[in-house]
Design a protein around this ligand. Structure first.
Ligand code: KG4
Ligand code: ZN
Length: 477
């Protein structure tokens, strides 16, 4: 069993150390490595309480230095050194290291053979490195082509409970989503307390199902990701607790993902994104133009001053006594609609949006027609609302691209499923590399959180257990 070294192991270790090296580390030095050296991590391989092998490594950004590895004399040449080395290399890889490096006495043939067998190569000889003028080899291996890290991601920010497992190459092992829409539809919108209770009921089943479908065991997963915000506090909390419990129990690093980054990065299922990039984020809670300088730098250059566009869809559907969520309903009603009703185009300076005036105009129009005893033509009203709302999105996006020239444009969020919006984007943005997310992944899912997590891993952005859920987190944070 390989575990982190403890002070209580040191008495045994010092004996092995003295047997193995001509200039052994002292107990005090080991204590310093364990307790005071922030960049070091020490492991022991034990059987029945007996220390068989141990090692120390230092993390230095993308490089990991293997500063010590030793096997108790009577256990040498039995594969224990290889086991420990493999564990340490995998740990370094999980922490984002790209290289692993060590120095070894040029005369230590057993150790050199072990390192060669594990992919290390001699990169240079250091003359007189050890006392008594002995030389050392610098040996190095890259960790990049080692196993791609696998990520289990959880999404629970609103009314979908979801779990997905992928690897860094975006190979999808599983993606499971369950929606509470049917329950909330009865109330005409998401009821937060009901949502969090349903997440509690669903989360274990969904995670189990995703693991089962992946065909993987938990020890083959390298990292746990979850949506930290924005979203409903209770709902976020359920996914956060589940992710933290898994990370703690299985000793995996934790990644806290911004929900909207998930909506943006799901576009990578199509092909790699190019930067700088403009993202038009349109969901139930957000309407934002985000200038994405690179995969870690997000700037909000336009946002709604009141309702989100998805919210406006939902409210307009409600006024028309149609089911929740309103987006898909209005989308299909509008297909049969024609120009008939006049609605005001929102007037907001710059790159910001406003949809509450449009929503109120729809409400007033419906009331007026009802007062006059005239039946509303739902198709025509859906058409009118949609043309105004969507053309506003297109106009502002064009303006944003004029101000911030970009290599690509991505559409993101639940409203990206809208057939008319997809059509308008294609018609209006022929001059830029345009990404429209795959239809089945426009609304909330955990695959998008897993793909975003790949970028967090790339930048070594891990979360602590005490990080709280953040219901109104900005994408710039
Ligand atoms: O991204 P999402 O699943 O949840 C949030 O993060 O908010 O987006 C849900 C929103 C809802 O407002 C829903 O009405 C809207 O996306 N939506 C649509 C369509 N499908 C979903 N809006 C317009 N047309 C659609 N086809
Ligand atoms: Zn969403």
């Amino acid at each position: 069993m390989i575990e982190k070294m403890r002070v209580s192991d040191l008495d045994q270790i010092v004996v092995i150390e003295n047997d193995s090296f001509s200039n052994p580390w002292t107990k005090t030095y080991f204590e310093h490595e364990l307790e005071n050296n922030d960049i070091s991590e020490l492991y022991v391989l034990k059987e029945g309480g007996e220390v068989i092998a141990y090692g120390d490594m230092w993390y230095m950004f993308e490089n990991c230095d293997l500063t010590k590895i030793a096997v108790k004399e009577k256990y040498r040449r039995r594969g224990y050194g290889g086991l420990l080395l493999d564990h340490m290399m995998k740990t370094a890889r999980k922490k984002g290291c790209e290289f692993i490096h060590l120095e070894v006495d040029v005369n230590n043939e057993g150790a050199i053979a072990l390192y060669r067998k594990n992919g290390f190569e001699v990169v240079r000889t250091r003359k007189n490195y050890y006392e008594a003028g002995r030389d050392a080899y610098d040996m190095l291996r890259t960790l990049i082509e080692a196993d791609k890290r696998r990520i289990l991601a959880i999404e629970s920010s609103c009314d979908e409970t979801a779990c997905a497992i992928i690897d860094e190459d975006l190979h999808v092992y599983s993606s499971v989503v369950t929606s509470q829409i049917d329950v909330h539809a009865r109330f005409g919108g998401v009821i937060p307390e009901v949502a969090s209770r349903m997440h509690v009921e669903q989360i274990s089943t969904i995670v189990n199902e995703a693991v089962k479908q992946s065909g993987l065991k938990m020890d083959e997963i390298d990292c746990i990701a979850y949506t930290v915000g924005p979203g409903l506090i209770g709902s976020l909390h359920v996914g956060g607790i589940a992710a933290k419990s898994l990370a703690f129990f299985y000793d995996k690093p934790l990644v806290a993902v911004h929900h909207l980054k998930g909506h943006i990065f799901i576009n990578e299922l199509i092909k790699p994104l190019s930067y700088p990039m403009m993202a038009l984020v349109v969901s139930g809670g957000h309407t934002e133009l985000v200038y994405v300088e690179d995969d870690d730098t997000f700037k909000i250059i336009g946002t709604t001053l009141d309702d989100a566009v998805g919210e406006a869809y939902d409210k307009v559907a409600r006024v028309m006594r149609e089911a929740y969520p309103g987006g898909p309903v209005i989308d299909s009603l509008a297909k049969e609609g024609k120009e008939h009703y006049q609605l005001p185009t929102p007037r907001v300076d710059g790159l910001n949006f406003s949809f509450s005036g449009l929503k109120n105009a729809v409400t007033q129009l419906v009331k007026k027609e009802e007062d006059l005893g005239r039946p509303i033509d739902k198709n025509d009203l859906a058409y009118a609302f949609q043309e105004v709302a969507l053309n506003t999105l297109v106009t502002k996006t064009r303006k944003a691209l004029d101000m911030y020239p970009c290599k690509s444009l991505v559409l993101a969020g639940g409203v990206a499923a809208n057939s008319r919006l997809r059509e308008l984007m294609e018609e209006n943005f022929k001059d830029i590399d345009l990404f429209l997310p795959p239809l089945e992944y426009c609304t909330d899912n955990a695959l998008m959180i897993a793909i975003a997590a790949v970028h967090y891993l790339k930048h070594n952005k891990y979360a602590d257990y005490d990080l709280p859920s953040q219901p109104s987190m900005s994408i710039e944070d």
